[in-house]
Structures are given as C-alpha cells and as structure tokens.
Design a binder for this molecule. Structure first.
Ligand code: LLP
Length: 439
C-alpha cells in the first residue's frame, strides 16, 4: 500500500500522506483514531506475515530439515495473533497457562506449541498435557519429576527440551539477560547441573528427551553471542553423548534478535544473522563429531515490534521554562510500561503534523497519578496542541502484552491493518470490564 515516493519515518510502513497526516500500513491514522478512538494499538499484520515467512524460509535454507522459528507470544498475545500464526504455519512458544489457553481458544494446533515456564505448577502441567502440547521446555528437577508423574497418570510419554544456561552474557540490558549462570531460568552447564538433569530426564519413563534449549537475552544486535552460545551448547551435547550415549536431536537457541526503535539503533539483517548462525552450528556439530541438530529459534520482538504503533490524543501541553515541556496524552504506563521499567527509548511523531519538521524536545507523559508515568523524554516532535494525535512507533512488542489497569484505566483496543483495511482484533476495555470480577 506504500507509494514508492512517499516519505517514510523509521520503517517503510510509517509514511506521511499528502495532507500532512501520518499513515500506517497505508492507512490514515486520523481516520483510525476517529473510528476507534484513542489510545489505540495498531498492527500491520502484512508485516508480521512477512517476518514469519522470512524466518521460515531463511531457517529452512540455512539449516535445512525441520529447523524453524517459534513465535514467542509473550511479545504480543491475543487470539487473533495465534490465528495468524496458525495460518502462517508457525510453531509457538507459550510461557504460561494463560498464553496456552489463548492459543487453544484461537484453534492453534497444540502439537506445534512449546510450553515454557520456570515454575510450572502441577495444574499447569496437567493443563498442557490435556491440551496436547507438542513439547515442554523443562526448567528444573522438580518439573521433570512432576511431569513424569502427571504424564504417567495419563499413560503418555511427553516430548521435552531441557532448558540450560550456557553462561553467555549478550551485553543487552540486565532485565532481559537470561543465559548467564546466575539466572532463575534453566540449569547451568558450567556447574554440571545441566548434565545431571539430562541424566535424570533420560531415566524417566514418561519423558522423551528431544534436545536442549537456551535463551541468552533480548534486543541483541550482534550474532556473536549466539555463535558463542551454540558452541557451548554443541560441546554440551557432546558431553551428554559421551556420558549417556544420548544424542540430542533438537537445539533451541531462543529468541532475542534486536529491533530498530529509533534512528540511532542499527538495522539488523535477520537473514544474514541466520546464515551466520547456521554456519557456526554446522561447524560446531562437525568438530564435536555430531550430526547437525534441528535448530529452533524463538523470535518475539522481531516478529511484531515494528508492526506496531500506538496512537494517543494530546491533552495538556505544559511548558516549564528552564526545565521542560510536558505533553500529556490519554494513555501512558498502563498501555506502555517500558519507559518506566527500562528507560526504553521510542520514536514519537506528531501524527497530525507529520509533514512538519520536529521543532521541540518534549517529555511525553501519561495520565496516571505517578510522576514516573512517562512514555518518552527528550522526544523531538513538531510542537503539539491539545487535540493533536501523537504516534509512538514500534510498540508491537511488550506493550499490549505488558499492559495493566493501573489507576483503573481500561486497556486500549487492538486494530489489525492489512492491505489497506482495518479490523478490530481486541475490543476496548469498558469500565464494566474493570469491575467484572469485583464482588
Ligand atoms: N524465548 C525465551 C525463552 C524468552 O525468555 C524470550 C523473551 C523470547 C524467546 C523472546 O525474546 P525476543 O525475541 O522477544 O527478544 N519485557 C521485556 C522483554 C522480556 C523478554 C523475555 N523473554 C521488554 O519489554 O523488553
């Protein structure tokens, strides 16, 4: 839908119309705001499908066999996204019984689901077994023992991957670093705990160990830590083989490829990264005398982030001379907690005057009773007035999925855009919804 001569902002799906209004995925944002109200989450689903295809075709070409991406639904989880994933032939990573229920309710084929979680309860395990989840990603001794027992009660043998920590620090922000030895996730290879758990898994009657999993972190722009992790993982697979005779068939290297949020972030070439990773995995397999395993990746952010945008309406514009200009919008940390939590930087555009050059550095504030309720600081935009639309770009990942009702603010609706058409994917929460469970 994007005309080749249109001006784009940050990504090809964000353009400026002849009328000066911001367009997203070929659709006028002002029309969408008028139809659905603000705040409003928008998703360019054509872009999501393209990313799925890119991961699928590049992984098939580079690794061969059954190697494939699993969409990590924690980035953005709704029934509608699982319907898209089902149509695209994707597998998925589910991290909680709630995500599992969402995927199942959408009719997602459960044999293509991988069930994660560092502390699955017996009830979670039973729910996943009864749903027919294809593979568990087991995190601990306690989980292995419980899964063996609960699978035994059902007379089934459950396929699993064992989550281990390779001891790699990808140098991303600490809150999303997960592959170091000191982690609540998985068992460390370095201490020998991972090998002991592999032996335990192999000894259990109702568990079918298929291979190993690791995830080193998120928002990573360099393939080197993945290459390092795959070297550690293949030498671990060799150690397990030497100790037990078992050769892992599957190696899941997790998610985490980076996404461009602002002009200062690099462009990440996913296809090149997959090719480099495949070369490293094949070489490491060969040097350890192992067959090349089936490789899985678990992208979340890089499937949905730049397919998303949030639209707000500007309310108060308060200039405090010598300090800053606060631009308050009708959303905030309840729909996007990432600045408050991680100081994550976003690109902000005055969508009503997208043709005007940014002339003011502003602090975009939300409407919560909390001074840390900010979306951006130092954002350069065309000076807004009450009623202008503000667009925050690249909000497709970890915004809706991390949204809350803090201050009893209802969550915004989600609208999907495809081939120039809009369709509601999640209704706006009502005040009635907010009190639904209150007695
Ligand atoms: N696989 C596992 C086991 C994970 O823990 C994660 C993310 C992923 C895959 C997907 O990673 P991605 O491709 O999306 O980077 N709330 C944080 C991000 C937390 C990521 C947690 N795990 C944020 O807003 O940045």
């Amino acid at each position: 839908m994007t005309n080749c001569c249109e001006k784009t902002i940050l990504h090809g799906n964000v353009t400026v119309g002849d009328n000066g209004l911001l367009r997203f995925a070929g659709v006028d944002t002002a029309d969408l705001a008028a139809k659905y109200g603000t705040p409003l989450y928008l998703f360019d689903t054509d872009r999501i499908r393209e990313r799925c295809k890119l991961y699928q075709s590049e992984m098939k070409a580079a690794f061969g066999g059954d190697s494939r991406p699993l969409y990590a639904g924690k980035a953005f989880c709704t029934k509608a996204i699982y319907r898209i994933m089902a149509e695209c032939g994707m597998s998925v990573d589910l991290v909680s019984p709630g995500e599992l229920f969402t995927a199942k309710s959408a009719g997602f084929p459960m044999e293509r689901a991988f069930f994660h979680g560092n502390n699955k309860t017996d009830a979670d395990i039973a729910l996943a077994l009864d749903a027919g989840v294809g593979c568990f990603v087991c995190d601990s001794r306690e989980e292995l023992v419980a899964l063996d027992r609960i699978a035994g009660e059902r007379g089934v043998c459950q396929k699993i991957l064992l989550r281990v920590t390779p001891g790699i620090d990808p140098h991303t922000f600490a809150a999303v670093t997960t592959g170091k030895v000191d982690s609540k996730f998985g068992s460390p290879i370095a201490t020998g705990a991972a090998l002991e758990l592999a032996k335990l898994a192999l000894s259990l009657e109702h568990i079918d160990l298929d291979g190993f999993h690791c995830h080193i972190g998120s928002q990573i722009f360099d393939v080197t830590p993945y290459v390092d992790a795959s070297n550690v993982m293949l030498s671990f697979i060799k150690d397990v083989k030497d100790a037990t005779g078992f050769t892992a068939k599957t190696l899941n290297l997790g998610g985490g490829f980076g996404v461009r949020y602002t002009e200062s972030d690099p462009e990440f070439d996913y296809a090149e990264a997959i090719k480099a990773l495949a070369k490293a995995v094949k070489e490491a397999a060969q040097s350890n005398g192992l067959p090349t395993p089936t490789v899985l990746l678990e992208p979340g952010r890089s499937i949905v982030a730049d397919a998303g945008m949030t639209l707000y309406t500007v309310g108060t514009v308060k200039e405090i001379p010598g300090f800053r200009t606060y631009v308050s919008v009708d959303g905030g940390m309840p729909d996007n907690p990432r600045y408050a939590l991680y100081r994550s930087v976003y690109t902000v555009v005055n969508a009503t005057h997208a043709d005007k050059a940014p002339d003011r550095a502003v602090t975009v504030a939300g409407r919560c009773c909390e001074s840390g309720d900010l979306i951006a600081e130092g954002a350069r935009i065309a000076t807004p007035v009450r009623g202008d639309l503000l667009a925050v770009l690249v909000t497709g990942a970890y915004n809706y999925s991390m949204a809350s009702n803090y201050n009893r603010i209802p969550r915004p609706p989600v609208v999907f855009l495809s081939e120039g058409k809009d369709a509601l994917a999640v209704r706006r929460e009502s005040f009635e919804d907010l009190v639904r469970n209150d007695l």
